[in-house]
Design a protein around this ligand. Structure first.
Ligand SMILES: *[C@@H]1O[C@H](CO)[C@@H](O)[C@H](O)[C@H]1NC(C)=O
Length: 312
């Protein structure tokens, strides 16, 4: 029967980040704090943007969406990683492992497209300022956000349909703190070399396409900024350098993982941690703290609460 050559592995063993107990306790504390900051920071950004009518424009809606996505990106793998630091042996069920793969790629893909949408929004604002309100209507903006989720979903599903069918028959040690595609494919009982290349190029093509679109829009933006007057230019430039920093960090590393997989364990682990915790932390920090309007909103928010405390 078909059941015969289906997976007999019901759970995988996660080898985690390191083996020394003291280091694990230290890492537990560090990542616990970082995760709290990621979740609370991103929630604060979403709430500020939704509640403040000054920020009801496509650029800020997109920023709120990015924060929302970042929070989920971190939540797919980090809570399990944190609790695993305090366990001797960590395992993950087959279904859990597949869910991690699905959601990491779903949310990660969505985030990439969202970064492109944000760059497009800035391109329209800076290069076609007179048509901005017609091109980036709220409807269009919502449409772009929905498409980014749709693209993430299709990307994740395209990999999922292949992976769940792989024959897992024996080896079950994943040398990381979560199930990622390259590591899991290696465990399948078959010659997986071609499949690995296929899967990596699935992610690689998405990442490269987004990266090229980003390069194109930022090139146009920088060219326009360069030509225009000094005053408006410096403000636009400061917004854009923030965006470009995030983009280079996010894609530079992503292309590193999927296009030229180096297969050095600690590099891969470092990159995995980077995506789970550091980018979701940096995105809101970079996009928000370099943004005067966001800072003003925080000030308004603070003084509002200070005043209401004084008055009561
Ligand atoms: C995402 O963007 C849409 C469209 O602009 C907006 O209506 C929505 O409130 C945003 N979602 C979040 C969580 O900020």
């Amino acid at each position: 029967m078909d059941r015969e050559n289906q997976s007999v592995v019901s759970e995988f063993v996660l080898l985690g980040l390191c083996h020394s107990w003291n280091t694990q306790v230290l890492l537990f504390m560090i990542f616990f704090m970082l995760y709290l900051i990621v979740v609370s920071g991103n929630i604060v950004i979403v709430i500020l943007i939704i509640t403040d009518p000054h920020l009801h424009s496509p650029m800020y809606f997109l920023l709120a969406n990015l924060s929302f996505v970042d929070m989920w990106l971190s939540s797919v793998t980090t809570p399990k990683m944190i609790t695993d630091f305090l366990r001797e042996n960590s395992t993950i069920s087959f279904v859990g492992c597949m869910c991690q793969i699905l959601f990491v790629h779903f949310v990660g893909g969505c985030e990439m497209v969202l970064l492109v949408v944000m760059a497009y929004d800035r391109y329209v604002a800076i290069c076609k300022p007179l048509h901005y309100s017609t091109i980036m209507s709220l409807q269009r903006c919502l449409g772009l956000v929905v498409s980014s989720w749709a693209i993430g979903f299709v990307h994740a599903m395209s990999q999922m349909v292949v992976i769940v069918q792989l024959p897992f028959c024996g080896p079950r040690e994943v040398d990381s703190f979560f199930c990622d595609i390259p590591l899991v494919i290696k465990l399948a009982c078959m010659d997986s070399y071609n499949l690995e290349i296929l899967m990596n190029s699935d992610s690689g093509v998405l990442a490269m396409t987004c990266f090229i679109l980003l390069l194109i829009s930022y090139t146009y933006i920088l060219r326009t900024v360069h030509r225009s007057s000094k005053t408006g230019a410096s403000k636009a430039l400061s917004t854009c350098t923030a965006h470009i920093t995030v983009v280079v960090l996010f894609f530079g590393l992503c292309i590193f993982i999927y296009v030229w997989p180096v297969s050095i364990t600690w590099v891969d682990k470092f990159l995995a941690v980077f995506y789970s915790v550091i980018t979701p932390l940096l995105n809101p920090a970079i996009y928000t703290l370099r943004n005067q309007e966001m800072k003003n909103t925080m000030k308004r928010f603070r003084s509002y609460y200070m005043d209401s405390k004084v008055n009561t």
